[in-house]
Design a protein around this ligand. Structure first.
Ligand SMILES: NC(=O)c1ccc[n+]([C@@H]2O[C@H](COP(=O)([O-])OP(=O)(O)OC[C@H]3O[C@@H](n4cnc5c(N)ncnc54)[C@H](O)[C@@H]3O)[C@@H](O)[C@H]2O)c1
Length: 323
């Protein structure tokens, strides 16, 4: 992992727990697999415990690790780390994406409830000194339809968190079966129907060749007047220029934790338009939420040590449809 995460990603208690499970051959973060220190660690390792900034396990690194059997990744997507060489070597891979989904879903829950309440728009109205601006009328959270794009880890968690509220949930996801949607208590609908009928639309699909730009001018035009688009997934899923055009009409609003480009350059339109609420990619695990990622990964190391199957495996065949 990135050396900057030393003392942050794994608490002293978690390191102590790890030491009861495994012989930790090198307790300091390795930011590269190209050093003598890395070669010595790889030579002995059965398991690599990785986190943000973990270097790619390419053929050279895998070749230095004859005993490697598990990559326990204590963060979300493993796509920056895994390689064909790692899969060919038969190394099992686990990810903490499920743990990282929790804070993203919590952020989304708050954004949905605030959006239907008109809280973002009303705050701007309060701050606006020009009296000619009309006070926005909130839609409300009673019976409103919420559209979830993607029954991913995050999407499913959002669905769970929304259960106690008086909202109707629809989901668009080409991989979700109708029976599973029923089990989740949601209605599976085509994306255009979701966009046409939801007062809040929240994007939770992964960034894939098939999803990049999936929300463009045509899709934005389908949103009802007063709707809010929430994006905590990846900026590239939304056509930024088209979104800026639509936001400037003031017909819709947006809550964006991710943008394209990211970070937003100084002076970018999304920094200035008042009907968009932008945060700097903070929905995922931050601060005390990081502890869950490490707990999940250490749990996978423990299962490995006991000869058990991982609870959160990532398999090569799924890479084309996951984050
Ligand atoms: N803002 C943050 O800090 C933050 C943190 C974590 C994850 N994310 C992002 O949130 C999104 C969800 O992450 P995740 O780990 O839950 O994803 P995931 O890996 O669980 O998503 C995979 C699922 O997405 C669904 N999907 C695939 N293609 C789709 C499509 N075309 N339309 C609708 N659904 C589709 C399928 O159900 C698939 O199984 C990703 O874009 C991820 O990068 C952001």
């Amino acid at each position: 992992m990135s050396p900057a995460l030393a003392g942050v990603a794994f608490t002293a208690t978690q390191r102590a727990r790890l030491a009861t499970i495994a012989d930790v051959v090198d307790p300091e973060p390795l930011g590269s697999f190209r050093s003598g220190r890395a070669a010595r660690a790889l030579q002995q390792a059965d398991v690599i415990l990785g986190h943000w900034g973990c270097p790619k396990l390419d053929a050279k690194a895998v070749g230095l690790a004859p005993n490697l059997r598990l990559l326990a990744y204590a963060a979300g997507t493993v796509k920056g780390v895994v390689t064909p060489a790692l899969w060919s070597a038969g190394v099992a891979v686990t990810s903490a994406a499920a743990a990282n989904a929790r804070p993203v879903a919590e952020y989304t829950l708050a954004a949905i409830l605030f959006a239907n309440k008109g809280a973002f728009a009303s705050r701007e109205w309060l701050r606006d000194q020009r009296v000619r601006v009309k006070r926005p009328r909130p839609l409300g959270n009673c019976g409103a339809r919420v559209g979830i794009i993607g029954a991913s880890f995050v999407g499913r968690r959002v669905i769970e968190l929304l259960a106690p509220f008086d909202l109707e949930l629809v989901v668009a996801d080409p991989f979700l079966r109708r029976a599973e949607a029923t089990r989740l208590g949601v209605k599976l609908v085509p994306l255009p129907e979701l966009l046409r009928t939801s007062t809040v639309v929240s994007i939770h699909a992964p960034s894939l060749p098939s999803t990049r730009g999936m929300i463009g001018a045509e899709e934005l035009a389908l949103l009802p007047d007063g709707a809010t688009l929430i994006n905590t997934a990846r900026g590239a899923l939304v056509d930024t220029d088209a979104l800026v055009v639509e936001l400037r009409t003031r017909r819709i609003s947006a809550v964006l934790d991710v943008t394209d480009p990211e970070p937003l350059p100084a002076g970018h339109a999304l920094r200035k338009i008042s009907n968009v609420f932008v945060t700097p990619h903070l929905a995922g695990a931050q601060g005390n939420e990081l502890v869950r990622l490490a707990d999940l990964a250490i749990g996978e190391v423990e299962r490995f040590a006991k000869g058990r199957r991982p609870l959160h495996p990532v398999v090569e065949a799924d890479l084309a449809r996951i984050a």
